[in-house]
Design a protein around this ligand. Structure first.
Ligand code: NAP
Length: 308
């Protein structure tokens, strides 16, 4: 199999924790170079900017972007304009219009754009989706709570416009909800809690309904700790499903259905490789649309300042 020469940009927490090991284990990709302003990766060529990398490495065919959402847009445009396939970390953009713009550019240059949602690749998600197609749903409860200091230490960008605040992890839950539920969901109200010294919320409470009127209640909170709670509970007329550990554990009526070590990023790269082979794109903006709706309908509450 011909390996796809790959570049990785934005070497921070997720690039080191997940992307580098997943790429190293994937026979389809060959990591050739990295772009990051301050960080370098051993064993490959390193550049301070993606533009410098693209100019110096014409052999690269694909670029995976792990930078925060706002600077990622210019990088994605540059990579597509240079004729590269592009994978975007979640969320796919700082706003919806830029994702649509990227899709248009990708279509024009006929390259694969993959807006990744790693949580959709958690072990229990597809089995949950299958079970739910057989059920008469009654209610959905999402609780996605963690300690921001543990999971986002020193990430100033996350509190700035475009950083999403508590929706940065919360959008992972929304990516699962929009994958497993059999019908579309619509937001009806949201309450957003902003620390008095921050631009983005530290907690959010959302009410949604699916098109059959099934209520979906969502709680996001970054003031939780020390053990994170990432779970989705669905009750139906005949049973109950619990997806926990971010989607990696699935229990149906108390019975263990799936439980495993994290395989999200290997699965993401495998999916992207398949898209490239088939000349397809995969861009689903529904999780980001729900976040945008939460800001559009959001009732604003000011809470105590957050000091990192
Ligand atoms: P991070 O630790 O801050 O790493 C991102 C890296 O991007 C930084 O280290 C920085 O490296 C580079 N960067 C920052 N600002 C930049 C700018 N203005 N222009 C160009 N490069 C810039 O953040 P992260 O946690 O890895 O998150 C990155 C993305 O992955 C986010 O969209 C996040 O939602 C997603 N994600 C994170 C996690 C997680 O657990 N942390 C999990 C899944 C997905 P240099 O200073 O070297 O340029």
């Amino acid at each position: 199999m011909k390996r796809i020469p790959l570049a990785l940009a934005g070497i921070g927490k997720i690039a080191r924790d997940q992307h580098l090991p997943a790429i190293a284990a994937d026979p389809r990709f060959e990591l050739v170079a990295c772009a990051s302003r301050n960080a370098t990766v051993e064993g490959v060529r390193n550049y301070p900017t993606l533009e410098a990398l693209l100019a110096a490495e014409p052999r690269i065919e694909a670029v995976s972007l792990c930078s925060p959402p706002l600077p990622r847009f210019a990088q994605a445009r540059a990579a597509l304009a240079a004729g590269k396939h592009v994978m975007l970390e979640k969320p796919p953009g700082g706003c919806l219009s830029e994702v649509r713009a990227l899709e248009e550019i990708a279509r024009t240059v006929d390259r694969t754009l993959f807006a990744s949602w790693h949580s959709r690749h958690a072990l229990g998600v597809e089995a949950a989706r299958t079970w739910l197609t057989t059920q008469d749903l009654r209610s959905v409860n999402v609780r996605w709570k963690e300690d921001v200091r543990r999971w986002h230490p020193g990430q100033a960008w996350i509190w700035e416009p475009g950083g999403l605040g508590v929706f940065d992890p919360g959008i992972n839950a929304l990516s699962i909800v929009t994958r497993i539920l059999p019908r579309e969901v619509a937001l009806v109200s949201s309450t957003l809690s902003f620390p008095s010294n921050r631009q983005m919320p530290i907690a959010a409470d959302l009410e949604l309904f699916d098109t059959a009127g099934v209520p979906v209640h969502v709680e996001f909170d970054w003031r939780h700790g020390p053990q994170e709670l990432w779970e989705i509970e669905v009750r139906s007329a005949d049973g109950a499903l619990l997806l926990s550990q971010g989607g990696n554990r699935l229990q149906i009526d108390g019975r263990e259905v799936a439980l495993g070590s994290v395989h999200e990023y290997p699965s993401l790269y495998s999916h992207w490789g398949g898209l490239i082979d088939r000349g397809e794109r995969d861009v689903d903006v529904r999780p980001l649309s729900l976040v945008a709706d939460a800001f559009l309908l959001g009732r604003r509450e000011i809470v105590e300042p957050f000091i990192d």
